[in-house]
Write a protein that binds this ligand. Sequence first.
Ligand SMILES: [Zn+2]
Length: 295
Amino acid sequence: MLGSLRLGKFFGIDVYVHATFWLLPLFVFLSGSFSGNASGAAFDVLVLFGVFGCIVLHEVGHALAARYYRIGTRDITLYPIGGVARLERMPERPLQEIVVALAGPAVNLVIAGGLLAGLLVGNSVIPQSFSRSGLDLVDVFVIQLLVANIGLLLFNLLPAFPMDGGRVLRAVLGFGMSRVQATRVAVGVGTVVAVGFGLVGLFGIPPLGISGGNLSLILVAVVVYLLGHGELAGVQAADARQWLQRAHADGFEATTRTTQAGSRGDRFTGWMWDPVRRVWGQWQDGVLVREVAVM
Ligand SMILES: [Zn+2]
């Protein structure tokens, strides 16, 4: 990938750092340094790298769960707003999608549990770290990493398709409706959540002391919106291809007739292409019974 740095292979999967990623540690370091605390800023950058290490493990969790279902992972790439594991395909069975989606947050849960255990055991074995004035740097590092992992766990479980929680929602809906319908509903819910992210990112939540102007949250909102609608288009297109193949097999005559005012009046049966709305319409005796979008 252009401008990406290859970190190495984890479990046989190439892990890359996207060129834009470095803006984040740079921003953290500079904003800390400008406030006059260079060593504090360096520590914050160290915590940031630790958090992104956990994000890599989160993505590896998705990849290994997918591998269990014989789905390969092309690569894992780190961006300033998080990581992406590019699976060769998405599992279409709802239960498989739920397992793959939950595998990432499950890794954060395990890491958080491990860090908490380490903190408790470490401080009971070496009680002098409590008796010192305040916590030592290792404790602060571990606590910040612990909080970050709980944050990653909860944030990823929000129903903002295509984030993990949104995938779980789509899969659960898939038990009771078609994949296209389930995706449409999940993307709708995800859009509402994305608008919420955008508003919180812009204006904050003053009563809770959350300040606005949060650029990364605004970016997440935009990415959730774009990727969600992109994936919906992909699912609709795949569904349309399947329907058209089935329609041909069923003996329907696919046609490129355009839907003009007059043609709606006859008792046409078959598929008709609407070039303006870019949808295939299935007509039965002059009645439009189904529309499928092809992107
Ligand atoms: Zn995830």
